[in-house]
Design a protein around this ligand. Structure first.
Ligand SMILES: [Fe+2]
Ligand SMILES: [Fe+2]
Length: 88
């Protein structure tokens, strides 16, 4: 699934950034990524079986936005507060 691959690549880039910069919440953040990847696999299965509902899309999008607004944003805030030089 193309979306899965795109997400995994995005997550891997974030995870290597967190690792390279010793981000303290990297483990919890990575666990959130893995949970979302699991949900994408489940979504794919549901779509293939005709079990996907409009509400599932809304739920998935809401979780995704919450991750970006909370956990992804926290990375930026952490390093901004530290005033640290970053390695991509
Ligand atoms: Fe992200
Ligand atoms: Fe993330």
């Amino acid at each position: 699934m193309r979306l899965y691959r795109h997400c995994r690549e995005h997550f891997e880039a974030e995870e290597s950034f967190m690792k390279n910069n010793a981000y303290p919440s990297a483990q919890a953040h990575t666990a959130s990524h893995n949970l979302m990847l699991d949900k994408l696999v489940e979504a794919s299965r549901k779509i293939q079986h005709g079990d996907w509902r409009q509400n599932d899309t809304l739920t998935f999008m809401r979780e995704w936005i919450q991750h970006v607004q909370n956990e992804d944003r926290a990375i930026g805030e952490y390093f901004r507060n530290k005033g640290q030089e970053l390695e991509a």
